[in-house]
Design a protein around this ligand. Structure first.
Ligand SMILES: NC(=O)c1ccc[n+]([C@@H]2O[C@H](COP(=O)([O-])OP(=O)(O)OC[C@H]3O[C@@H](n4cnc5c(N)ncnc54)[C@H](O)[C@@H]3O)[C@@H](O)[C@H]2O)c1
Length: 279
């Protein structure tokens, strides 16, 4: 999509981290921004920062895992701005523990915020975007949407789903002049590892006070931390060039290659001749 001043961007999870940086980057390019977040105060702060830059922003408190609130956000967007050119489904949460320890509440929370919410937003926004005849959708996945990361199983499941649904969406919208991009960052300096601050079910363990929220057990080769501003700039470049994949950390490519090679060689394994010596 050609990015032009006056266009309207809707960004979920825009009260913090990547979403906030994206909202401010859009405003710097002259876009009007609907700043949505489950934390009203954080959304308001982002909107105020945009207004201080001379931009136009509207803050809304929205829980993206609630379809009614997502519909209300779309209504408010068209009432206030009359359009949505760029929809960024960015809000997300993470859990870091082995699958065997994940509860049904963990599964429900992460999948509803990271994955189901995108379905709700597509229902709420796409019909009017199609009528308008142009636009772009950015769905935030993760490197965890491309690579299986131990101790992030529920998060990985939610983000593989984002990659899959977005690839289908790109095919389905090809004739509608609506582009799709899938944001796949490695590590970015945000509050993602403090996600449980926004969880209504508080039966979960909090980070110990002395825990570094950006600490991960990833190999050093995959520990490079980008700033949210760097990621936001990559996203806008990808939108302007209609790129489907936005892998912000190219050094993770060998891990993706390992997975893709393993799947590819499985296709070549003869499973239908009952002869184990051929395997
Ligand atoms: N930070 C990373 O290393 C990293 C890496 C890969 C992908 N991501 C993805 O980037 C996206 C943004 O996360 P971030 O890293 O900026 O983290 P962050 O915690 O700084 O920001 C996430 C924002 O989403 C909001 N949010 C949480 N639940 C919500 C809900 N139900 N409804 C609406 N808003 C909600 C939070 O209030 C917060 O403002 C997420 O989808 C995350 O999975 C982050």
């Amino acid at each position: 999509m050609e990015i032009k001043p006056g266009q309207v961007a809707v960004i979920t999870g825009a009260g913090s981290g990547i979403g906030k940086a994206l909202a401010i980057a859009c405003a710097r390019r002259g876009l009007q921004v609907l700043v949505a977040d489950i934390e009203q105060a954080a959304a308001t702060t982002t909107a105020e920062e945009i207004q201080a830059l001379g931009g136009n922003a509207l803050a809304m408190c929205v829980d993206v895992s609630d379809a009614k609130q997502v519909n209300a956000m779309a209504e408010q967007c068209w009432q206030h701005f009359g359009a949505c050119d760029l929809l960024c489904n960015n809000a997300g949460v993470s859990i870091n523990k082995p699958l065997a320890e994940c509860t049904s509440s963990d599964w429900h929370w992460v999948l509803s915020v990271n994955t189901m919410a995108i379905g709700y937003a597509l229902n709420a926004f796409l019909p009017r975007m199609k009528e308008h005849g142009s636009g772009h959708i950015v769905n935030t996945a993760s490197m965890a949407g491309l690579i299986p990361l131990s101790n992030f199983g529920v998060y990985v499941a939610s983000k593989y789903a984002v990659v899959g649904l977005s690839e289908v969406l790109a095919q389905e919208l090809a004739a509608d002049n609506i582009g799709v991009s899938i944001l796949c960052p490695g590590i970015v300096s945000t509050r993602i590892f403090e996600s449980e601050r926004n969880r209504s079910d508080k039966s979960i363990s909090q980070l110990a006070d002395d825990t570094d929220p950006m600490h991960t057990d990833f190999d050093q080769a995959y520990s490079r931390i980008l700033t949210p501003d760097q990621v936001a700039s990559m996203v806008l470049t990808a939108v302007a060039n209609n790129l489907l994949y936005i892998p912000t950390h190219p050094e993770w490519a060998p891990l993706f290659q390992q997975r893709s090679d393993a799947i590819h060689s499985a296709f070549d394994t003869p499973l239908n001749n009952n002869n184990p010596t051929n395997i």
